[in-house]
Ligand binder design. Structure first.
Ligand code: UDX
Length: 430
């Protein structure tokens, strides 16, 4: 099929390359000339395992990029993969989506025949039908349910395994209100489903598809927060939370994934999506108590980490090494990393902070230009009065003798990753 993807960010670039991989002809539309040039030269504009190879293989053949929205006219289906950032009160900001829909609609005004526009971005329920579709219809002059259909196809890929997650998903969710739209969506995904490990395909309505994305992320974030709540109780009793959580994970109704207790969840999705669905729920008169509690527990974890530090070292004037700045291991992304509230609190407490991350230092420096940065965990620990572990990078498991160079070897582990040894004062958060 001929597909167009509007937006070449994390999701847009990954799905464009993966759709080309399963045999579709794909054009990526983006307003950023640098990204377009990079894609056309066969270079992925973001770092993600396997993506470089796919872009290099398909660029100039089944994958191309352009700044010209007119390219969508030669395609059957367009996916809107534009950012939906947070407003200060948690609501999603639809201005980029609306602008994209206007440009897309204007381009479609000159297309004869039918077109399907699919929302790939995470948007709160009813956005596709009540905000995006009317803009598309007005700009294109096309009739909804006639020569224009809209659909919704939420994306569940994770940073660090985006290509793998997209090509071998747990499920595919296709949201449509018309048979023609549903049939086109099926055609788009058939080759992907055929090469994957037989994922269930959920055919549903457009608003249901929008809600499935929030329900998925809200549930996972709440699952981690519940694991943290339980682990905090364990900590107060001196019970090993890891043993407790791994035992409950054996119950198939609970499952063992996303029970990793620690300093909490961050990233570009969980915090934004949980805030957005809470704000949307309140708009329709519902107070989502569980999701609000999930945020509250998550906000408390960095505070608790600092309290564990204070049990051993007064941060005022102390040299504190913060190990791990990325929101999770395997990425240089620091968006909503738990290291952010932690470093803010350390600076408020007048600590002398030195940060270390294997890959995320430069991104963290943009938010915190004033703290020290080390180019290895060993040099961050050298002379430090305490170390706080924030991200579970595997290399932090084997620091071993590196702790010997600390001024006082106090290690407060927010991810239970450090291997305990004699000669250090080890304190885990949970
Ligand atoms: C998440 C969803 O998993 C994905 O389906 C969605 O499309 C986007 O958001 P991502 O943000 O890439 O993906 O990261 P993920 O691996 O889910 O981790 C999110 C956060 O939760 C990280 O900060 C991680 O450290 C934390 N986490 C994860 C825990 O604290 N404990 C766990 O057990 C798992």
């Amino acid at each position: 099929m001929q597909l167009s993807i509007v937006g070449s960010g994390y999701v847009g670039t990954t799905i464009a390359a993966c759709f080309a991989e399963v045999g579709h002809d794909v054009v990526n539309v983006d307003i950023d000339e640098e990204i377009v040039a990079s894609l056309n030269a066969g270079d992925a504009p973001i770092h993600e395992p396997g993506l470089d190879d796919l872009v290099a293989e398909h660029a100039g053949d089944r994958l191309r990029a352009t700044t010209d929205y007119g390219a969508v006219r030669d395609t059957d289906v367009t996916f809107l993969a534009l950012p939906t950032p947070s407003e200060a009160d948690g609501h999603i900001d639809l201005s980029i989506m609306k602008a994209g829909a206007r440009s897309l609609g204007a381009a479609l005004a000159e297309k004869d025949g039918h077109h399907l526009v699919v929302t790939k971005s995470t948007v709160v329920p009813t956005t596709t039908e009540e905000v995006i579709a009317p803009i598309l219809a007005a700009e294109s002059g096309k009739t909804l349910g006639g020569d224009l259909d809209v659909g919704m196809n939420p994306e569940f890929l994770r940073e660090g395994s985006a290509v793998e997650d997209f090509l071998d998903p747990d499920k595919v969710v296709l949201g449509s209100e018309t048979e023609r739209g549903a049939s086109l969506l099926r055609d788009v995904f058939d080759p992907l489903v055929a090469q994957a490990d037989d994922p269930p395909v959920v055919e549903t309505g457009v608003a249901e598809a929008e809600m499935i994305k929030y329900a998925n992320n809200g549930f996972l974030a709440a699952k981690i927060s519940l694991a943290n709540d339980i682990a905090n109780i364990c900590k107060e009793y001196g019970i090993d939370s890891e043993e407790v959580l791994s035992a409950i994970g054996l119950d198939h109704r609970i499952g063992s994934s996303f029970l990793g207790a620690g300093v909490g969840w961050g990233g570009s999705c969980f915090p934004k999506d949980v805030a957005a669905i809470i704000a949307a729920a309140r708009d329709v008169g519902y107070d989502p108590a569980m999701l609000e509690a999930a945020v509250e527990v998550n906000d408390r974890q960095p505070v608790r980490l600092l309290e564990r530090l204070r049990d051993h070292v007064d941060p005022d004037g102390a040299r504190v090494a913060v190990l791990g700045l990325a929101f999770k291991p395997g990425t240089d992304d620091v968006r909503n990393s738990r290291a952010i509230p932690l470093v803010e609190a350390l600076l408020d407490a007048n600590a002398d902070v030195v940060g270390y991350d294997p890959v995320a230092t430069e991104n963290f420096r943009e938010t915190f230009p004033g703290i020290d940065y080390a180019d290895s965990a060993e040099s961050a620990l050298d002379g430090a009065d305490a170390a706080l572990v924030v991200t579970d990078w595997p290399e932090f498991a084997d620091l071993d003798s590196a702790f010997d160079s600390m001024s006082t070897p106090v290690v407060v582990d927010g991810r239970r990753i450090v291997t305990r040894r004699d000669g250090i004062v080890y304190e885990s958060l949970v």
